[in-house]
Design a protein around this ligand. Structure first.
Ligand SMILES: *[C@@H]1O[C@H](CO)[C@@H](O)[C@H](O)[C@H]1NC(C)=O
Ligand SMILES: *[C@@H]1O[C@H](CO)[C@@H](O)[C@H](O)[C@H]1NC(C)=O
Ligand SMILES: *[C@@H]1O[C@H](CO)[C@@H](O)[C@H](O)[C@H]1NC(C)=O
Ligand SMILES: *[C@@H]1O[C@H](CO)[C@@H](O)[C@H](O)[C@H]1NC(C)=O
Ligand SMILES: *[C@@H]1O[C@H](CO)[C@@H](O)[C@H](O)[C@H]1NC(C)=O
Ligand SMILES: *[C@@H]1O[C@H](CO)[C@@H](O)[C@H](O)[C@H]1NC(C)=O
Ligand SMILES: *[C@@H]1O[C@H](CO)[C@@H](O)[C@H](O)[C@H]1NC(C)=O
Ligand SMILES: *[C@@H]1O[C@H](CO)[C@@H](O)[C@H](O)[C@H]1NC(C)=O
Ligand SMILES: *[C@@H]1O[C@H](CO)[C@@H](O)[C@H](O)[C@H]1NC(C)=O
Ligand SMILES: *[C@@H]1O[C@H](CO)[C@@H](O)[C@H](O)[C@H]1NC(C)=O
Ligand SMILES: *[C@@H]1O[C@H](CO)[C@@H](O)[C@H](O)[C@H]1NC(C)=O
Ligand SMILES: *[C@@H]1O[C@H](CO)[C@@H](O)[C@H](O)[C@H]1NC(C)=O
Length: 428
């Protein structure tokens, strides 16, 4: 836990987790008239914390909801003005209790603690489950002593540890009394990045206090990604999208890049927006019906052979599979690595790595996650301001999925979000 102590001060603006601290400095497109970041400052000053709390609870119940919410945002923004109002996790504000190392050190639990013990210890300082996960990310750099994790090596391998990782650790710590050390982050031991969380997903966390976060349901579902400020003040529409409206703006998953660009251009979105927004497929699942065109009757030559063989086994049995085979539940840039390895599901995704207009952007994001996050946020905010209803236009629904009583027309939406099981680059 040594790394944590020295890193407390920089955490206020370095965490990559959705449910952690908010960075103030960020690139954003110009706000459209009627939206601003302080819309609810007087009417609902605790809006962000209320939403965060609810989403955190929902995500811990069902981690698939993060992808679902992202998809909802695409439907909401692309299809027509003012769908159900939406919320993205904004995260808590930075805590003043991070200020001194001593104050926190006092409450730091042992590396052999499980999540229950960790939460109990942090609660003494009013730190939450989100703080736990974010602060533990300090283990992206630094070293650990054999004595701090020998409980996971002796007398036998902790079942939550990757066997190869275990074998290597047993070389470093051959006996229960060895005094060697090893890196906390097996991937990028000297770089402050989010690879620590990738380690956990791959069962390569060093301490019980690290790895148990990927075991415990209270900490596992948090899926990462950039924080960003959301322009507020969008109002709900009084008409629902038809199936045709939906298909017009959300091109099918078998679309090529030309078709995708034409569809996005209808909403003034460009090639940078296309590649960035497609990165939403870093989480979530795809339905086999949306990519069977690439499996049958024969393999799409643009698909990796091993990947193909696995999909041919998965699809008839499960009907769905993860979009991002590398880190399916982490919001990171691995989607672009998948693309470069011809391991994405949809034509509309994989094509991005073949078209000269999009390929350089894919490469840029694959090697630079910060760049991806920056461009993704920019495009999300831009998308969130398409054709918005503000001021006295539209209405604020009392029930998110129904028009207010007295509104002319159908009361309920007839378009299921799964419509056609087709959809855009990023929405399915
Ligand atoms: C934000 O928008 C609301 C509603 O239009 C307005 O009352 C408020 O003054 C705006 N805030 C800022 C800082 O512009
Ligand atoms: C958790 O999921 C169950 C079943 O899907 C649902 O009934 C329940 O309302 C959910 N709880 C929360 C807090 O979202
Ligand atoms: C931190 O704690 C140590 C040992 O208890 C003490 O010597 C030191 O003065 C404290 N530092 C601060 C800034 O309070
Ligand atoms: C966590 O560890 C404590 C001992 O430190 C133990 O009493 C408790 O049962 C453990 N909880 C879980 C969920 O494993
Ligand atoms: C934690 O919160 C409680 C209630 O708000 C407060 O009384 C207490 O002083 C806080 N403790 C710390 C260490 O901040
Ligand atoms: C390993 O050593 C620790 C003390 O460092 C001790 O508590 C533990 O019982 C030992 N485990 C085994 C299996 O020898
Ligand atoms: C660990 O320590 C042992 C002696 O206890 C030594 O033989 C071994 O080379 C060390 N391994 C590493 C990776 O430092
Ligand atoms: C929807 O589009 C299809 C194909 O373009 C067309 O045949 C159908 O009439 C349209 N439906 C409505 C309700 O406009
Ligand atoms: C892209 O798809 C459209 C519609 O299917 C087709 O007309 C066009 O020829 C395709 N373009 C390329 C470059 O493959
Ligand atoms: C396909 O992916 C596998 C790993 O899943 C890799 O070993 C193989 O080299 C890849 N094939 C090609 C042609 O890239
Ligand atoms: C897959 O789809 C088929 C046909 O719709 C259905 O019978 C089967 O239950 C589905 N399997 C799973 C695991 O959902
Ligand atoms: C969003 O919809 C809910 C009802 O589902 C409503 O209570 C709330 O006021 C709406 N929020 C905004 C920002 O329009």
């Amino acid at each position: 836990m040594a790394a944590i102590k020295t890193l407390l001060l920089i955490f206020s603006c370095s965490s990559l987790l959705i449910l952690s601290s908010v960075c103030e400095a960020q690139t954003a497109p110009p706000l459209v008239k009627g939206l601003n970041y302080t819309f609810y400052k007087t009417t609902c000053p605790n809006l962000e914390s209320i939403i965060t709390k609810q989403l955190k609870s929902a995500f811990s119940n069902n981690s698939g909801l993060a992808a679902g919410l992202l998809r909802l945002h695409f439907h909401d923004c692309f299809v027509q003005s003012g769908g159900p109002n939406y919320s993205v996790p904004l995260g808590r504000r930075d805590s003043a209790t991070f200020a001194t190392a001593n104050a926190t050190t006092k409450f730091l639990p042992s590396p052999k603690s499980n999540v229950s013990d960790l939460l109990a210890a942090l609660a003494l300082n009013n730190l939450t489950v989100n703080d736990l996960v974010a602060l533990s990310g300090g283990h992206t750099i630094g070293i650990g002593h054999c004595a701090s994790f020998n409980n996971r090596l002796f007398p036998s391998r902790d079942s939550t540890m990757d066997p190869t990782f275990f074998n290597n650790l047993r070389l470093t710590c051959p006996t229960n009394q060895t005094v060697n050390t090893t890196n906390l982050d097996v991937r990028t031991p000297n770089t402050f990045d989010n690879k620590y969380y990738v380690d956990l997903v791959n069962r390569q966390g060093l301490f019980t206090s690290d790895q148990d976060m990927f075991v415990d349901s209270r900490t596992k579902p948090i899926s990462g990604g950039p924080n960003y400020k959301v322009p507020l003040g969008r109002r709900d529409g009084t008409t629902f999208a038809t199936v045709n409206d939906t298909l017009k703006f959300l091109p099918s998953p078998i679309s090529n890049v030309t078709t995708l660009l034409s569809a996005l251009a209808l909403n003034n979105l460009d090639v940078n927006d296309l590649v960035a927004l497609s990165g939403g497929h870093t989480i979530g699942i795809g339905h086999c019906t949306s990519f069977e065109n690439r499996l049958f009757p024969t393999r799409d030559s643009n698909m990796n052979q091993t990947f193909f063989k696995n999909l041919r086994l998965t699809c008839p049995v499960l009907n769905t599979t993860n979009h991002d085979l590398r880190t399916p539940n982490i919001f990171d840039n691995k989607y672009y690595v998948d693309l470069m390895n011809r391991q994405e599901l949809f034509t509309s995704d994989q094509g991005l790595n073949n078209d000269s207009r999009t390929k350089p952007i894919v490469l840029g994001f694959a090697i630079n996650q910060s760049l991806f996050f920056e461009k993704f946020v920019f495009s999300m905010v831009k998308m969130g301001m398409l054709n918005v209803l503000t001021g006295t236009s539209g209405q604020i629904r009392a029930n998110c999925s129904a028009k207010n009583p007295g509104t002319v027309g159908d009361a309920w939406s007839v378009v299921d979000l799964e419509v056609g099981s087709g959809g855009s680059a990023a929405a399915y």
